[in-house]
Design a protein around this ligand. Structure first.
Ligand code: SAM
Length: 445
């Protein structure tokens, strides 16, 4: 990006182009170790204990977290925090390697999965699961909830009925760790049982290959038990997965840290790329009983970082960030004149950018509150682009971090980031310039 900004005019505003070039120069963005290329995505988790329970496309690899924890210098027993925990990758690695951990996510399904993964189970729980599964085989009944109607069209009727039967059985169980584990197994099979797959910013048609829903559920539970038997959290460590916004991190940290210090904060936030996590996970949220239909999802969405165009618009923000928002705003009329069409979606992007960076600034403030001087935060993040204008999220988070009590340790590029083919065709420089990076922030004295 440094070379590009030096040699080619990307932004109409010369103040913006110069400012970004100065950030790029100041932070001296370097290259990450070769293997990070593979570790910034979830595929390396595909067969790893715990991580393999639920395929979380937007997740990073456990191996990356092990590396970052080691780099952070956190001491065993300290808390490793992930304020955007998703499927709990950071938290699982933490408890398996001797750290306490806290994960937050506004998606209640994510918080639940994380909490389930970092919990401790014993022989009694496995025995209870065995009994529950045998009772499930003879269980008949269970009626769909009203909100299930909003998602039943995504399933073949027999699979849908089976899912409702299993969920009704789980709903009737007394609260227990065994029941929690089985519910996590249930949530983890929903997408495979549907005629959809996650793709881009939502769900795409894809016929289910599951033949026997109940057997598939039992296989998932067996796989989870096998993982827990093989690999267990280290003695004496505790983990929490809580449903809350990262903007409440400090309060949550204080309430569960039990005198322990934050060793490091590691996360991958939503990117400023218009992606709506709640749309993507709606089947699990509704059938899993985490949200009361699309209205319930809309309520949850309001707590999310404003990385999607339906987010509440924000008009004012940091003046430098505003330069980017304005740059995109001013490029819209030319695009609309070229295509002859109003682009309602892109019109919302400038306010989304303002909202996104205001939210992320608050998250960085919260991170600084949790850490002692010298404590590190690692952020794994993609850049994005609109109308050929690069939104260099890594540089901008580093810049905001500096205002909230951090010094930038380093920024390393892990791999190229992707954008739509349409944008690539029109702005070929995006192909090699857009990047996915890791930003290291060090808490000031
Ligand atoms: C890139 S994903 C994290 C994936 C995670 N690193 C993993 O390996 O599974 C970002 C997560 O941020 C969550 N999120 C969005 N807004 C949030 C907020 N305000 N507070 C906490 N989590 C939020 C999303 O629900 C999503 O799970």
């Amino acid at each position: 990006m440094h070379e590009l900004l030096k040699t080619q005019r990307i932004y109409d505003s010369s103040a913006l182009q110069e400012w970004l070039l100065s950030l790029e120069t100041k932070y001296a963005v370097g290259a990450a170790p070769e293997k990070y290329h593979r570790l910034v995505n979830f595929s390396a988790n595909a067969a790893a204990p715990y991580h393999q329970w639920f395929k979380y496309r937007e997740g990073f690899a456990g191996e990356l977290i092990a590396e970052l924890i080691a780099l952070s210098g956190a001491q065993k027993g300290e808390l490793i925090i992930d304020p955007f925990c998703g499927s709990g990758t950071t938290n699982v690695v933490a408890v398996l390697s001797g750290y306490n951990t806290l994960g937050l996510d506004v998606n209640p399904m994510s918080a639940f999965l994380t909490n389930t993964k970092v919990d401790r189970y014993d022989a009694q729980d496995f025995e209870e699961i065995r009994r529950f599964l045998s009772a499930l085989r003879n269980f008949r009944g269970g009626a769909p909830r009203k909100s299930d109607r909003e998602v039943c069209r995504y399933f073949q009727p027999d699979r849908f009925d089976e899912l409702v039967r299993i969920r009704s059985f789980l709903d009737a169980l007394p609260e227990s760790r065994a029941g929690q584990l089985l519910r996590a197994a249930f949530v983890s099979i929903i997408l495979d049982c549907s005629d959809r797959r996650r793709d881009g910013n939502g769900l795409k048609v894809s016929a289910s290959r599951v033949e026997d829903t109940a057997a598939f559920f039992e296989e998932k539970a067996a796989l989870m038990i096998e993982d827990i038997r093989r690999v267990r959290p280290c003695d004496g460590v505790r983990g929490f997965g809580l449903c809350d916004t990262a903007c409440h991190l400090y309060q949550r940290y204080e309430s569960c840290r039990d005198g322990r210090r934050a060793g490091a904060i590691i996360f991958s936030p939503p990117y400023a790329n218009s992606f709506d996590y709640f749309e993507s996970y709606k089947l699990e949220l509704i059938l899993g009983g985490f949200a009361d239909g699309m209205t319930g999802i809309a309520d949850l969405r309001r707590g999310a970082v404003r990385s999607f165009v339906g987010a509440q618009a924000q008009k004012a923000c940091d003046p430098c960030i505003d330069l980017i928002a304005k740059e995109i705003e001013e490029a819209i009329p030319a695009k609309e004149a070229r295509t002859g069409k109003k682009d309602g979606r892109t019109r919302k992007v400038p306010d989304m950018i303002r909202g996104y960076f205001s939210d992320m600034r608050e998250v960085l403030r919260q991170c600084a509150l949790c850490l002692n001087p010298g404590g590190k935060t690692y952020i794994v993040v993609d850049q994005s682009a609109y109308l050929g204008k690069i939104v260099p999220t890594d540089l901008l988070l580093a810049y905001l971090g500096e205002q909230e009590g951090f010094t930038v340790g380093r920024i390393v590029k892990c791999r190229n980031a992707r954008t739509s083919t349409q944008q690539l065709n029109q702005y070929p420089y995006l192909k090699t310039t857009l990047r996915e990076s890791i930003v290291e922030l060090v808490r000031n004295e």
